[in-house]
Write a protein that binds this ligand. Structure first.
Ligand code: FAD
Length: 278
């Protein structure tokens, strides 16, 4: 069993859990994810490994309550256990000494960007991190990120903290500096990653995005996570989740993510109704 050894509420809809999973904790690298199931009747959901502690034998996940399973997970507490956790899955982030690397995070993507920033910095890069959130109370891990980057730039859509605007406004200024970045990595909601790519394409800066298609088996067999990259079908679970953002067919991915919206809404409503009955 995979016991939850710590739970923390990072913002009203974002929770952190540290889970006992010694084998994953020993092997996980930046950019990789795990797939978990809460119980026998639960669906499998992919979540990024936000941190791991090989000595304690634990992995940290940070998730946004968005639908039935993440909502149910958020109701679990320290001491309870998940039925199964599989990982680490996916290819790790390509970490090299590129020079100047900009990591852009939107919302819960902040958690995924943290191990990347740390790994880029350890590899000798100058790391600039741009974090955006809708509003101040949705921001988390500011100090943690600051400890692994050279420069941290924060934006909020409503201007409630630091600077008003979108991450792309700040990114544009950073790529226009006399010493532009050698690589950009973006993790966050699809529209944000697409907007980041639109900016960097103008300046010819290589940009990696971490895609979040619907994923089931995580081993390249079911095809649920297929995405089109450079005109070819790729399985995000085994060939990704990171791809060259300038080659991703974002329209197709957005359409595929919307495919089960009605069923997802119904499942959440049913689950919430059952919860309220207890
Ligand atoms: C590689 C990868 C890493 C991810 N890492 C994180 C993370 O660290 N934190 C986080 O909050 N979210 C992460 N996600 C997204 C997360 O998996 C979904 O939010 C979650 O599966 C939603 O399940 P649900 O039942 O709560 O919501 P649902 O109501 O089922 O769906 C809500 C939204 O999530 C999408 N979704 C549903 N099922 C899946 C699935 N099996 N796989 C992917 N997306 C799905 C739907 O298209 C919809 O947009 C990641 C996704 C991928 C592919």
């Amino acid at each position: 069993m995979f016991t939850i050894v710590r739970k923390e509420v990072l913002s009203p809809s974002v929770k952190l859990m540290e889970i006992e999973a010694p084998r994953i904790a020993r092997r996980a690298r930046a950019g990789q994810f795990l797939i978990l199931r809460i119980n026998e009747r639960g669906e499998r959901i992919p979540l990024t490994v936000a941190d791991c502690d090989p000595e304690r034998g634990t992995v940290t996940i940070v998730f946004m309550e968005i639908g039935k399973t993440t909502y149910a997970l958020g109701r679990m507490n320290q001491g309870e256990a998940l039925l199964d956790v599989v990982g680490p899955l996916g290819r790790p982030t390509e970490i090299e000494r590129f020079g100047r690397v900009v990591c852009v995070a939107g919302g819960v993507g902040t958690a995924a960007v943290y191990p990347m920033c740390r790994a880029f910095q350890e590899a000798g890069n100058e790391v600039i991190c741009i974090v955006g959130a809708r509003t101040k109370e949705l921001l988390f891990w500011e100090e943690r990120l600051r400890s692994v980057v050279g420069e941290l730039l924060i934006t909020t859509d409503d201007g409630s903290y630091v600077r008003k605007g979108f991450v792309t406004d700040v990114l544009r200024e950073v790529v226009e500096r006399p010493e532009p970045p050698d690589r950009v990595v973006a993790v966050g909601p699809l529209p944000m990653m697409r907007a980041v790519c639109a900016v960097t394409r103008e300046y010819g800066v290589k940009t990696i995005v971490s895609l979040n298609p619907i994923m089931l088996d995580g081993i390249g067999m079911c095809g649920a996570c297929r995405v089109t990259v450079a005109g070819k079908t790729r399985m995000a679970c085994v060939e990704g989740p990171e791809f060259d953002g300038h080659e991703v067919d974002f329209d197709e991915l957005a359409q595929r993510l919307r495919r089960y919206q009605e069923q997802e809404r119904e499942a959440l409503a049913r689950f919430q109704a059952e919860c309220d009955c207890q």
